[in-house]
Design a binder for this molecule. Structure first.
Ligand code: PLP
Length: 398
């Protein structure tokens, strides 16, 4: 084709995590014995009670358009959830349901940003944050965080990067890719700074239900009324209820912002699937046992994966507090050769693991930090033992 296509569209990078997952799946489908640690979704099926609610929606005719911003019944279930789990009181007019958490984030950024407005978030970041900010005309400002600080920033780093253009920050707790969980005190520090400087906090709480060691999830919006007014709370059913394919995310926030998001959504995607919305009511309001069982399984795998990584020569990992990912630090191997392959980058190291061990991981450069690769433990203990066993055979024991 000999036409000039959209400059804005051409500037968008493809999602590296999805690309690597696809490569690993293609190799597997071609008969290779691949252990895939690159996936970003639970390996469990959607719980039976939620499946049945979806079937009920289809057979009982809940198959038509719904209000563009979501059904009153699902909004009511979300309000109830936010009150019971997070101590937050929202009205239905302060809620919008979208096609997954990613869509919620997109709508939120489209609703608040003007050209050149800055949005701060940490490195390592979730892959889509930079591009979502770019698409909405904003400018990503990334704050490098360190493993020894739990991959978290504080108000002093935010203040050091604040300019007259700073419009918002994104906090992702628990975090993809690091598993970092911000404590109440850390959130208070950030909330005080945000209120003082009148800065919006986008709080991505998709992994809320996956926090280990009896730690609690704190939503920054729950700290006081001032920060609640500045917070755009994003959550969804994808990760907690193994519902990644159903595409339901939601946003709670100031009515003015929710209204703009609803208007954008009404002209772009309209309502999220009526069937998925009906099933999500069951997810949020029904029996929660399956969620607890999944969390128990993730916890065992988390500990096993971290222990195994820390037993391999040249590798290390800090035990993450939430989500289902581990950042594996391979930096001791940088500049060295392993079986004839020179390791200079996270991409080199990921390719080495795929070629020599048939293990798929995500290079840290996808999250802005080249000293790591990300492993997901949303896979069986058996796969964790086999995959890390192969890496140990390649690199040796400590
Ligand atoms: N936020 C984070 C940190 C995520 O990891 C993901 C999914 O990978 C999302 C948001 C989006 O979730 P959804 O699948 O509901 O769009």
């Amino acid at each position: 084709m000999n036409l000039e296509l959209s400059k804005k569209g051409l500037a968008i990078e493809p999602s590296v995590t999805l690309a690597i997952s696809a490569k690993a799946t293609a190799l597997k489908n071609a008969g290779e014995d691949i252990i895939n640690f690159s996936v970003g979704e639970p390996d469990f099926n959607t719980p039976k009670n939620i499946q049945n609610a979806g079937i009920e929606a289809i057979t009982s005719g809940i198959t038509k358009y719904t209000p563009a911003s979501g059904t009153p019944n699902l909004k009511a279930a979300i309000c109830k959830k936010l009150e019971e789990d997070n101590g937050l009181i929202y009205k239905p007019s302060e809620i919008i349901v979208s096609n997954g958490g990613k869509h919620s984030l997109y709508n939120a950024l489209m609703a608040i940003l003007n050209e050149g407005d800055e949005v701060m978030f940490s490195i390592p970041y979730w892959v889509s944050y930079p591009e979502l900010v770019n698409i909405a005309g904003g400018k990503p400002v990334m704050i490098k965080t360190l493993e020894e600080n739990g991959f978290k920033f504080s108000s002093s780093e935010l203040e050091a990067n604040r300019t007259s253009k700073t419009k918002a920050i994104i906090i992702n707790s628990p975090s993809n890719p690091t598993g970092a969980v911000y404590s109440r005190e850390e959130l208070e520090d950030i909330a005080n700074w945000a209120v003082k400087n009148n800065i919006i906090v986008i709080s991505d709480e998709l992994y809320e239900k996956l926090i280990y060691d009896n730690k609690d999830h704190v939503s920054i919006a729950s700290l006081n009324e001032d920060i609640k007014d500045l917070t755009i709370l994003i959550n969804g059913v994808s990760k907690a209820y193994a519902m990644t394919g159903w595409r339901i995310g939601y946003t709670a926030g100031n009515e003015k912002i929710i209204k703009i998001m609803s208007n954008i959504q009404s002209h772009t995607t309209s309502n999220p699937s009526s069937i998925s919305q009906h099933a999500s009511i069951e997810a949020l309001s029904g029996n929660q046992d399956s969620l607890l069982n999944m969390k128990k399984e993730f916890d065992k795998r988390r500990i096993q994966m971290a222990d195994l990584i820390n037993s391999i020569k040249g590798l290390s990992a800090t035990l993450p507090e939430g989500a289902f990912y581990i950042m594996l630090n391979y930096s001791q191997l940088k500049g060295k050769e392993v079986e004839g392959t020179l390791i200079n980058s996270s991409l080199d190291f990921s390719n080495l693991l795929l070629d020599k061990c048939k293990v798929a991981v995500v290079p840290g450069i996808a999250f802005g930090d080249d000293n790591y690769v990300r492993l997901s433990y949303a896979t069986s203990l058996e796969n964790i033992n086999t995959g890390l066993g192969r890496i140990k055979d390649l690199l040796g024991s400590k």
